[in-house]
Design a protein around this ligand. Sequence first.
Ligand code: ATP
Ligand code: MG
Length: 303
Amino acid sequence: MHDPDFIGDYQLCDSLTSNDNIYSDCEVFEAKNRKTNREVILKISRDKKRGKRELEVHSALSHEFIVNLLESFTTKSLRNVLIFEKYPRNLQELYSGETLESNRIQKFMKQLMMGIEYIHGMNFIHRDIKPDNLMLNENDCIKIGDFGLARVYDPDIEMTQEAVSLWYRPIEILLDSQNHTKSVDIWSAGCVMAELYRRCPLFQGEGQLSMINKIISVLGKPTLEEWPTLNELPAMRNVELNGPSITRFEDAIPNASKSSLDIIRHMIKYDPERRLSASQVLEHEYFKNDDISAKNNYEPEFP
Ligand SMILES: Nc1ncnc2c1ncn2[C@@H]1O[C@H](COP(=O)(O)OP(=O)(O)OP(=O)(O)O)[C@@H](O)[C@H]1O
Ligand SMILES: [Mg+2]
């Protein structure tokens, strides 16, 4: 329990900041408004620039499937404070505690992709889609949160590599691409979908190189045919890609239906330009009927 303390009208309660994210330069608390007694989430940035950017992006967005930003203000020491509606849990907590029926996974994916379609339509890239950044409200609806790494999409601006949490980081960023497109979020969302079926992350590497090897072990070694611009990526000067040329992708998600496997495969294509857009994902046959064929009773084997 954090020592009771106030920021503006908000009494700070428990800290929610994770210790495992080296890029995290903000603190997140459960908090209570002393005037209204409303319980909220309070996020305060140590880094002024980052806090300002998160505020700029999040306040431009308002959507059914995006975390509701209630207010923002600046402290005397000029730190940005963001106040969010508080939701009962996130997707990580949900699937760790209970098995999900495949039609519930389908519902979450539809909501996630509608949220991403909206974000991309507003010309932003989220760049940190992962289960613990996806809240769930009382009605079991997704609320995309944490716009701390989000940016306006501009093909002429090179972006920093420290984007997207490692396990959800697309192959091109692992290979040092500075050109982050909207397809970055599609890769991450594909990893989230696979994770909901598998009940553990799809690519759980310990570092950049280990991530690349894990991806190749599931998708096979990329060819120039499927990814013509592969050799233009900066890291390709120093890294030699090794691994099987043919794999059985479906073995990585043994309990997923044929159409769910197909949509995931098209979301995690090597070539970012060949990944489906959010709108194309939503038009995929996977969403046409209730996905009841797959039973999500798979128990992952932990090492
Ligand atoms: N609106 C909310 N309702 C409930 N819980 C929330 C809310 N916003 C954030 N959280 C919880 O607090 C955690 C940290 O928040 P957030 O992801 O915004 O900060 P962060 O410092 O960028 O975190 P990380 O570096 O771990 O991604 C989230 O993973 C989530 O579990
Ligand atoms: Mg986060």
